[in-house]
Design a protein around this ligand. Sequence first.
Ligand code: SF4
Length: 380
Amino acid sequence: MITTTVDTILNRALAGEDLSLEEGIVLLLQTEPEAITEIQETANQLRHRQASDLVTYVINRNINFTNICEQHCSFCAFRRDAGADGAYWLEWGQILEKAADAVHRGATEICMQGGLHPEAKINGASLPYYLQLVKTIKKDFPELHLHAFSPQEVQFIAQQDGLSYAQVIEALQAAGVGSMPGTAAEILDDEVRRVLCPEKTNTATWLEIVGTAHQLGMPTTSTMLSGHIETPQQQMGHLEKLRSLQKTACDRGYSSSITEFILLPFVGQEAPKPLRSRVGRDQPILSDALLLTAVARIFLGNWIPNHQPSWVKLGLECATEALIWGCNDLGGTLMEEHITTMAGAIGGTCMEVETLQNAISSVGRPYQQRDTLYQLIIDN
Ligand code: SF4
């Protein structure tokens, strides 16, 4: 039986109004199949209105230049200490080879992130090393969009070199970084962050760095790591902070803002034992991820129209289903995904364009390649 409250909330959303945090929590707490179907249908309707029926994808490649990291996030199966088994740090030539291969395979984007490696320096400074990463790719492939360096990496560089966040972002931008991944957000709640990533930026700093990027004309994405120790209240608090950040960018007339929202359900299979045991499961609960996908569309869609599921975390079948729960994008080909795959994800490390296209067609929707900033690429 659908409660009047759920009906009222969904009708408000369909009337174009922004839901309150409390209304979002009510939706997330629904367990009756009938109510969940109403939420899914509302999200699907809003997706159609806010982002059309077209489903987009991007041809991109991940380059994770090192997994050596000074931090110890409790969910991370990717990091290694220097010299440990499985630790790696790519040479400049290897980075260039990967970029060349990506271009050969039609990529328009390189997504570049890495561990926080204190020895990744040139002349004793961190920023020149990161600038060299950018220049190594942009020199030979100026047309490639570099979607690079999370707010956490920006903070790391700033701390290493005694610079402001704005100085770091401006320098990266001038070297050729086109946008910032909205990763390292996990859950924007300091209570959760103390367990998940105690050494990372706190909530306020993450928001400050992303807000600074927007102010400086650098677009960002936004993400949420869900399905671990967080509560529905904390999930909605996270979405509320993203919405508020986006409203600020719009209200202040910044030329850049958040381009998309990506839900990243927690994969625990190879994660460090304490968190894995506490969460008590290895793979995401798909029904939870789909409900959260729908609520994110309903809550954020007026402000962030592009929503993407993670086929790496969910598997392609569930990511395809997410297209009828509010998503309008199926993400990227990635070509090599390490971070989540090392955590035990079953979605795979690479996706062929045709596979993404067939998945989109299977739900009766048209598809189109896009670039990082959601401009459609009509002719290759
Ligand atoms: S999530 Fe990032 S910052 Fe945290 S330990 Fe892993 S590589 Fe390091």
